[in-house]
Design a protein around this ligand. Structure first.
Ligand code: A3P
Ligand code: MG
Ligand code: MG
Ligand code: MG
Length: 353
């Protein structure tokens, strides 16, 4: 973990250092699992979405590092996974596997001299049950965002945010499969061909990226184009996560010429924050309710000079519990394009009804 990254006078410097360490360690466990994932590492949750041993392992490691690094802080975390399925009959083998993965990752890292039992692992997972809310501090964690991408061998992210008195004040986004170098020629850097990006931001201090394995950090900013014709847009790789008839109609209304860049997870927010593309569109089916952990770390876009809004043009409200209180649809882009994109989104949604 590099020491030079914390901005002098940053009131969240200690939290940022802890969050970066937590995300980087969890990402190491995920990388190891992704390299040789087995069918038995994957389970299906009650809502039919997948969860893997790495989602659970990542959640435990992030909680553990935050608690170890910030011992004097009261600890509340809203995290995606719970231990319900792991406590059912027949789950012994999978819990054992998760526990081994966690303990081996801790030993290989060398920062902590400790070993967790299976019961420690289950109770650490359940530590993520906080309801958050408008007062106090609450971490928000997606231990693997883009689990479907993770299983496929594609993009995923370990996504951690911090809510303080109702506002997201810190975001860290670990993207193990995302090249460090921006695809935007104007943002060329000396990063070479390294794979694995760690994006981070704290409120008022700008957004930065560094190698997941550690490197000199670089300030990042969103693409500055004010002409949608030059813009490209990101959407989910999974066709069921965002309505493509709507996103293509929005792109057409805007005059966007480039084909959509389809990518799993909040890696899209990271890529947008450094100008790889100009617009992020997420328009789920009408019945879908967004969770806070799918977007909290994405707030780094705001620190990179961009905006994140719902389809009605409101800021996202992270302090209503585990779900986002918002109008359907999430849009992230720069300040010039936001009014144009919102207009196109609203028109396309009206035509849909
Ligand atoms: N039918 C659906 N519509 C919209 N989002 C969905 C969905 N099913 C799952 N998701 C969410 O989409 C997230 C991934 O987003 P993306 O499409 O950008 O990769 C998933 O996060 P997890 O993988 O953490 O469960 C999950 O929360
Ligand atoms: Mg999930
Ligand atoms: Mg998610
Ligand atoms: Mg997840």
């Amino acid at each position: 973990m590099s020491q030079a990254t914390e901005v002098v006078g940053n009131p969240y410097a200690a939290e940022l250092a802890a969050a970066k360490k937590a995300v980087a360690l969890a990402a190491r466990l995920c990388q190891r699992v992704q390299r040789s994932i087995l069918h038995s590492d994957i389970q299906s949750k009650a809502d039919k979405t997948p969860v893997t041993v790495a989602d659970y392992g990542s959640q435990v490691l992030v909680c553990l590092v935050l608690k170890k690094e910030l011992p004097s802080h009261s600890f509340s975390i809203i995290a995606e996974e719970d231990s319900k399925d792991l406590r059912e009959d027949g789950a012994q083998e999978i819990i054992e596997h998760i526990t081994t993965l966690i303990n081996e990752t801790i030993v290989n890292d060398g920062s902590y001299n400790m070993s967790l039992s299976k019961e420690d692992v289950l109770s650490a997972i359940d530590g993520g049950k906080s309801e958050g809310g408008p007062s106090g501090r609450h971490w928000i964690l997606d231990p693997i965002d883009g689990t479907k991408g993770f299983i496929r061998g594609d993009q995923y992210a370990v996504a951690l945010g911090l809510l303080d008195e109702g506002k997201v004040v810190l975001g860290v986004l670990g993207c193990p499969n995302l090249p460090l170098k921006s695809t935007n020629k104007n943002n060329s850097s000396s990063f070479g061909d390294r794979i694995g990006s760690l994006f981070f931001a704290t409120i008022g201090c700008g957004a930065q990226v560094e190698a997941l394995e550690g490197s000199e950090p670089q300030k990042i900013s969103v693409c500055s184009t004010n002409n949608p014709v030059d813009a490209s847009f990101f959407e989910s790789f999974e066709a069921s996560h965002s309505k493509r008839d709507l996103t293509s109609s929005i792109a057409e209304k805007l005059g966007v010429r480039a084909p959509p860049v389809r990518m799993d997870s909040q890696a899209k927010y990271g890529a947008l924050a450094r100008g790889d593309g100009a617009i992020f569109l997420r328009i789920p089916h009408k019945s879908y309710i967004e969770t806070v952990w799918d977007h909290a770390a994405g707030s780094i876009v705001t620190e990179a000079g961009g905006m994140v809004k719902d389809a009605a043009g409101n800021d996202l409200d992270f302090c209503k519990g585990r779900y986002l209180d918002r109008d359907r649809g999430i849009i992230a882009t720069n300040k010039h394009l936001m009014p144009l994109v919102l207009k196109a989104v609203q028109e396309a949604m009206k035509e849909e009804q």
